[in-house]
Design a protein around this ligand. Structure first.
Ligand code: SF4
Length: 67
């Protein structure tokens, strides 16, 4: 199976557009999980822009969205 980088990049909501992992979701996820984080696509647009990818921030963001 070939990497769908081009297709993934079109849909990627991460605003760090110069990232070398952009569109390579397996590397993006691996990178952030290794740091105790989640990828930008897990966050709301507002939370994503802060570049705080921590799981604590994800929980805060998720709780805000659930209200
Ligand atoms: S979420 Fe992180 S690793 Fe993934 S494209 Fe954005 S900056 Fe790069």
């Amino acid at each position: 199976m070939e990497c769908a980088r081009e297709e993934n990049s079109k849909d990627c909501p991460c605003t760090w557009t110069s990232c070398s992992r952009r569109g390579v979701c397996c590397l993006c996820l691996k990178h952030h999980l290794a740091k105790g984080e989640l990828p930008g696509c897990c966050f709301s647009a507002e939370a994503e822009k802060t570049y705080d990818r921590s799981i604590d921030n994800f929980i805060r963001d998720y709780q805000q969205r659930s209200k």
